[in-house]
Design a protein around this ligand. Structure first.
Ligand code: ADP
Ligand code: MG
Length: 617
């Protein structure tokens, strides 16, 4: 029998490798932008069409390549960044494996134009599916210009696998933001379908954070800065009020590389302890610098996971640095925790909060938002409560009982459509308005068969939920046009979600437009919602879509409507649905008995039940 083992042809090997390196357009963005940074560029433009499916182009003003290097760069394992195994332990560049370009060129049509400063002419290369199609001299600016077209055009199975444009573009923006955040001293631009999306001018980290996450975070940033011989940490954490339900605003960089680490996330989270709710994520943008030989970055192919040689130490260090920052700005009580000896030597821990640092901190803008030392989180919660109180009274400023059903109810009424068990309920109506008693969370009234005990909040949620459901079914929702439209600032990644959610938001009665990268302008609200109520509801919805993007795909939008109903019900508290009409409204619902989470909305205390309760000894 003949021997059967063969060497794979290069293009096949490259295509297989591409499976690991290039998952989606955003992976190409990452590799090309990192190469531009490695090339020492100070200006980097990313140009994307059709969420990267048609075009991903990165133009830099870096060192460029000689014609020979340009050709070589597409070979597998071709890199200018490591020469010996020792280099691997002292990596200062973003790339080093030498497989990105080979992989990308295996699954796309690539055009490269590049010129070094010392060369008069640059070189133009066209490569398709690993095959060189053209190479010729070209006159072009110094630097490198990569255009990647029709990603996966030759691997239909992968091309088909790409997600919607919204989803792929969101990944691209996230990648762009991570890189731009890690390199605040570089100018970046992003264009999508010929429209300018981001123009980021070189500056400090704070400017960059604000440019990327929006002005609204500016006043809530607390600086973190600790330097030791071993490592340096620098950046910002958010005041507790900026914590959100999703991880969207968490950026952690190790030697300029964006890193995901559940362990270190936990360290940061724990620094906030009870300052934020259990399921909330604090905002942070932190850069950790440590000797490259103390990190092993070569763990995961996409390099978002690193291994540290002493993770526990790092955990304690991060936690203490953040606690220290929070304490310094009186957001948290001062330090009172135990650490291992190595940590005790770290400045953040060793140096007490001196009068000098405190004075410095307190003269700053932030300090003015807090009271005396150690009382900040009390303050914060009081502030929160005031805000809450305000919102509450702003929800449905006037909601007379008759208006509850903004739209005509299609299906149910008290008399028709109710299950048999309720048929003997005859409501004490307006002829007996005082028939309803209220105690805490409950309403009590009499019906034919006994006392009816209603859980107010659950009932409100049910009523609002069903009225939203009905509104969704209307062809044209009722919109309460605002005399003075208001603006909301949102981080870019959330704006992308809002764009996707627009049809849904319009269907429930919001009128809004997305403007630029940070802003929506709201010109109309669903009936009976005030401005602050509208803001609140929008934030809740966006947060929910972020947590579960599939929520929008559900044709009934159940989860979203539930969230919205809950938020509205809490905001409305008293006086909104008056207690008599609340019971009427509840029994006009399709499912009056069930709360949104499947519990009971009410019970009827019949004479049998009361008898048995009363005969207990
Ligand atoms: P790696 O970045 O791991 O070295 P790549 O496949 O991404 O591997 O790139 C291969 C080589 O091509 C790099 O080592 C670098 O020498 C060169 N190169 C890639 N992009 C650029 C660029 N934008 N400017 C200058 N040189 C580049
Ligand atoms: Mg690279």
């Amino acid at each position: 029998m003949k021997d059967i083992i063969q060497l794979m042809p290069d293009h096949l090997a490259n295509q297989i490798a591409a499976g690991e390196v290039v998952q989606r357009p955003a992976s190409v963005v990452k590799e090309l932008m990192e190469n531009a940074l490695d090339a020492g560029a100070t200006d980097i433009q990313l140009i994307v069409k059709d969420a990267g499916k048609e075009l991903i182009q990165v133009v830099d003003n870096g060192c460029g390549m000689s014609p020979m290097d340009a050709r070589m760069s597409f070979e597998r394992h071709a890199t200018s960044k490591i020469r010996s195994i020792d280099d691997l332990f002292a990596i200062h560049t973003m790339g080093f494996r030498g497989e990105a370009l080979a992989s990308i060129a295996a699954v796309a049509q690539v055009e490269l134009k590049t010129r070094r400063e010392e060369d008069e002419l640059g070189v133009l290369l066209n490569i398709e599916a690993s095959e060189l199609k053209r190479q010729e001299p070209v006159s072009c600016p110094k630097g490198t210009n990569f255009a990647i077209r029709n990603l996966f055009y030759n691997v239909p199975a992968r091309r088909k696998f790409l997600k919607s444009n919204t989803s792929e573009y969101k990944h691209i923006v996230e990648e762009f933001i991570r890189i731009a955040m890690a390199f605040p001293d570089i100018n970046f631009k992003l264009f999508h379908n010929n429209a300018e999306q981001f123009v980021l001018n070189a500056g400090n980290l704070k400017n960059r954070v604000v440019d990327l996450l929006g002005n609204r975070v500016e006043k809530s940033l607390i600086p973190v800065s600790e330097k030791t011989e071993l490592l340096t940490i620098e950046g910002f954490v958010g005041k507790p009020s900026t914590a959100t339900r999703s991880r969207g605003n968490q950026f952690f960089f190790v030697n300029n590389r964006f890193i995901r680490s559940a362990y270190l996330n936990h360290a940061l989270r724990s620094a906030y302890e009870e300052l934020i709710e259990k399921d909330a994520y604090p905002l942070y943008a932190l850069r950790l610098e440590l000797n490259a030989d103390r990190v092993d970055v070569n763990v995961h192919p996409s390099k978002q996971e690193v291994k540290f040689d002493d993770e526990q130490m790092l955990y304690a260090y991060l936690q203490s640095a953040v606690k220290h920052a929070l304490a310094k700005f009186n957001v948290a009580p001062s330090l009172d925790f135990t650490l291992n000896p190595e940590i005790q030597n770290v400045d953040a821990v060793r140096l007490p909060v001196s009068d000098e640092t405190k004075r410095q901190a307190q003269s700053g803008f932030l300090a003015n938002h807090f009271s005396e030392k150690g009382r900040a989180h009390l303050m914060a919660s009081r502030q929160d409560r005031e805000e809450w109180e305000q919102q509450r009274s702003h929800f449905f400023p006037s909601w007379p009982a008759a208006q509850t059903h903004v739209e005509p109810s299609a299906t149910s009424s008290v008399s028709g459509g109710l299950p048999d068990v309720f048929s003997d309920i005859s409501m004490p109506k307006s002829d007996n308005p005082s028939g309803t008693l209220q105690w805490g969370a409950y309403l009590l009234t009499t019906v034919k068969s006994g006392f009816l005990l209603v859980h107010r909040l659950r009932a409100k949620e049910r009523i609002l939920f069903e009225s939203l459901q009905r509104r969704m079914q209307l062809e044209k929702p009722t919109v309460q046009q605002l005399l003075f439209p208001f603006e909301m600032e949102l981080p870019p990644a959330e704006l992308i979600l809002v764009r996707e959610a627009l049809p849904f938001l319009m269907a429930i009665g919001f009128a809004l437009t997305v403007e630029g990268q940070h802003k929506i302008v709201v010109s109309g609200l669903p009936p009976n919602i005030s401005e602050s109520g509208g803001r609140q509801v929008l934030s809740v919805l966006i947060e929910q879509i972020q947590i579960s993007p599939l929520a929008l795909k559900d044709p009934l939008k159940k989860v979203l409507l539930e969230k919205m109903a809950r938020s509205m019900a809490q905001g409305s508290q008293t006086n909104i649905l008056n207690d008599d009409s609340l019971i009427d409204e509840l029994f006009a619902c399709d499912e009056p008995q069930q709360s949104l989470s499947g519990q009971r909305n009410f019970i009827i205390l019949t004479s049998e039940k009361l008898n048995s309760l009363l005969s207990e000894r």
